[in-house]
Design a binder for this molecule. Structure first.
Ligand code: FAD
Length: 293
């Protein structure tokens, strides 16, 4: 079923959960055990990343298929344009269709870099320059799929300005997205201002689902921020550093959980239809967090 429809029908706030496919197949059983544990949250849907951290599309199809057909979870597969073209996209979408996956998150993907860390434009897709091009393509050629897109409460790192990032997001949504999921953020005002601006521009029926990350450790949050370009308020970061000095990762997790719980309450009070949790393939923190709400 299209997740956009599920969201419309959902009478109470929901959780959705994001996972990445572990690269090593010998870790998959352990991974599925984590997903099984998180079924206790009763997520409206789960999503499986693609290409991030070097994981290939094949793993996304196989894991998404198991989530849907073995574990019985509605599943959305992430789908990136980089290193792809129309023929490869048709093949990927065909594999997803065969696996009974009916929803995709249409993304451009991060620009690939060469060994010297320089962006290699030759690896960008010649058929899809931006995610909106992929949304348009899927809407015209693979009409059976539900389509979601990414949104950025703080602008995407490549944006030339705040205004342009919002403008292109609006274009992307109008091209045919059922809903959007945000990049992780720590300053809730960024999400509220994004949604307020979208409403002013007439985007009222496209749910913008906030993406929340429960912090695992100081090292992991530094790593995640360096990868995704999201920002963190200096004051909160200093509190995390202090917690780390006083009680290591355990204290950091406690503070992170309190913080994420407050963010979730703020988002739901503001009217978010649901919360997308970046699980980082870990069950316990997400279970604790949902218990706190
Ligand atoms: P776009 O919407 O195309 O935007 C990219 C940049 O181009 C932005 O700065 C935008 O403002 C600008 N732009 C858009 N349209 C135009 C235009 N017409 N003219 C000029 N500029 C324009 N990455 C992965 O590799 N795998 C994943 O599974 C994955 N999952 C993600 C899940 C979520 C919820 C989010 C928020 C991100 C995810 N990412 C993933 C990261 C994402 O691929 C990167 O952030 C990527 O750099 C941008 O993708 P996008 O779809 O947002 O791009």
């Amino acid at each position: 079923m299209r997740i956009g429809e599920l969201i419309k029908k959902s009478e109470k706030p929901f959780y959705s959960l994001e996972f990445f496919p572990p690269k090593e197949k010998e870790k998959w059983n352990e991974f599925y055990a984590v997903v099984e544990k998180l079924k206790a949250i009763n997520p409206l849907f789960v999503s499986v990343t693609c290409g991030a951290g070097g994981s290939g599309q094949e793993n996304t199809v196989e894991i998404a298929s198991a989530m849907k057909n073995t574990l019985g979870l509605e599943c959305m597969a992430h789908c990136t344009c980089v290193r792809s073209d129309k023929a490869k996209m048709d093949e990927y979408l065909g594999q997803l269709r065969q696996a009974n996956i009916e929803n995709i998150l249409a993304l451009r993907g991060d620009k690939p870099k060469n060994a010297d860390g320089i962006v290699d434009e030759s690896l960008m897709s010649h058929d899809y320059k931006y995610a909106a091009d992929l949304v348009r393509y899927v809407r015209e050629n693979h009409k059976d799929f539900g389509v979601a897109v990414a949104a950025y409460p703080a602008p995407h790192p490549e944006s030339v300005s705040f205004a342009s990032d919002r403008k292109y997001l609006i274009e992307k949504i109008k091209t045919g997205a059922d809903f959007a999921i945000t990049q992780l953020f720590f300053d809730s005002r960024e999400y509220i201002s994004l949604v307020d601006e979208l409403k002013k521009e007439g985007i009222k029926d496209c749910p913008i689902i906030p993406g929340i990350l429960p912090i695992q450790s100081l090292a992991s949050i530094k790593h995640t921020l360096s990868l995704c370009g999201a920002n963190i308020q200096g004051k909160f970061f200093m509190q995390l550093e202090k917690a780390h000095e006083e009680g290591g990762s355990e204290k950091v997790r406690e503070l992170g959980l309190q913080y994420a719980a407050n963010q979730i309450r703020t988002m739901l009070d503001y009217g978010a239809k649901g919360i997308h949790l970046y699980t980082l393939n870990k069950a316990d923190l997400c279970l604790q967090l949902v218990d706190m709400i």
